[in-house]
Design a protein around this ligand. Sequence first.
Ligand SMILES: [Ca+2]
Ligand SMILES: [Ca+2]
Length: 184
Amino acid sequence: MAINLQKGQRENINAPKFIVGLGWDINNTSTGTAFDLDASLFLLGENKKLVSDSHFVFYNNLESPDKAVIHSGDNLTGDGAGDDEQIKIDLTKIDSAIKEITIVVTIHDADARKQNFGQVRNSFIRIFNPDTNEELLKYELDEDFSIETAVEFGRIYNRNGEWKFEAVGSGQREGLEKFVEIYQ
Ligand SMILES: [Ca+2]
Ligand SMILES: [Ca+2]
């Protein structure tokens, strides 16, 4: 059963391996343009900035240099059931320079396509333990963030050698470029 954390709530991470899953379905009643949701991760150092450009893991860069974060690849339509994009995180492999991982989901070209989460069918983002299938957190994007085009989902951060997860749940009417601006 999913524990639906309140915004800002913190949880200890009790397993080193996690998967971030993003899912959505094709909307037959839409204008005919596909919805392309993207899950992206920013691997940040002590200064809350990307350790390097290759520490931005997204559809054009599927692996972090230490291979601790691996993206399954860009899904353009959401066709099919379950997670349409997945990112595997293995905290045992992570470079010690990384102190925080910020997870965001955005709609590609939302501006030009005039799209928002409220128009997407069955969209969600979740984080779960692949060994037990236990969900730590799940947001239903189409219900919780109907007018937004971006959600800062949560962050995994290190304090005194311990990894924790914080639910952020901050919806914004921005694109992925805005997050790159903030973290670069
Ligand atoms: Ca789907
Ligand atoms: Ca995508």
